[in-house]
Design a binder for this molecule. Sequence first.
Ligand code: PLP
Length: 385
Amino acid sequence: MKRNPRFETALIHAGEPQPRIHGAVAIPIFQSATFENRDGDPAGVRYIRYGNTPNHNALNAKLAVLEGGEAAVVTASGMAAISSTLLAVLAPGDHFIAHRNLYGGTHGFVSQDLARLGIECTFVDGDAPSTWEKARRTTTRAFFVETITNPLLEVIDLEAVVRFCRTHAITSVIDNTLATPVNYRPIERGFDIVLHSATKYLNGHSDIVAGAVVGPSKHIAAIREKVARFGGSIDPHTCFLLHRGIKTLALRVRHQNASALAIARFLEEHPAVSRVHYPGLASHPDSARARAWFEGAGGLISFELHGGVSAAERFFARARIPAWAPSLGGVETLMTRPSLTSHSGLSAEERHRLGISDALVRISIGIESTDDIIEDFTASLGGAG
Ligand SMILES: *Cc1c(COP(=O)(O)O)cnc(C)c1O
């Protein structure tokens, strides 16, 4: 009897070419735009934009196993994964529902590009399922949510989303970038389609842009077609880097879970800090959901200082370990102020409505020593109150 390998084993071995190509233990890079097709079989054409070189195929097979889906397609960016998925699932005249707080690029795509194509979205409060029925139309085809929102790290009622979609035969789509399949596997919980910005934790080394979609073969075939036609295809060399990065996903994310929890606890006790947002802390409004549904609460923390914007500026000027840069999920700790980066496109009132103050600091914890980060923050926060 063939046993399914556990997650850590699948990270290393799932999807790898069998037999190994020329015995190569690490998959070689097939940096060839096209491949010989002597018998003229149109279905057998390999071409980078079709996303079917050996590098694409191995990565797709691995990603499908990791997220527990039938099939997967790797893309040139998280936004290519999101745009290709929504354009495959929705047609002009269709309607869909989304949680009101989405990644900025997704929000822009939904509210500007999809709206222009006659695909309307109603933004709802993901924590108020009683209001969703009012948003639903006969043309509602999809419900789009994120596992953990950015930057306040909220966990909406994901179980209610699954129930609502099942009841009304709506396709559920979840952006699992922040949780990763180490902490949460949405398909096991009843979601239809899972997507990622693989730029973040899946690759984990802040050196590529990539994306991925996992789900039922029928949906993935349609999404793959959009990726090939719109040109959101990933290059084999980037596939290789992502493939290499993914193998250490569990080691990295588990370290980041533990380190972020320790640092969040340290920040919560610090007199200069007025508020910490981390779903692994009992003080976070969604901590019970995170405990019930996630293996770990992830590597992102956001917090505010008593001294507001000027205290945040002092902290940024003093902190030595974190790079002052947007993005997240890499091996190095990064710090950013969402009001100046991810949410700078919103007005101050819109940010206020979402609970994002101009003084909010977001940290993406890397894999450095937790003690070094706490020592660095102790020195940087000193006198910041
Ligand atoms: C970064 C990010 C995206 C966009 O991904 P890119 O790889 O930058 O295109 C989408 N969703 C979430 C949650 C992200 O953090």
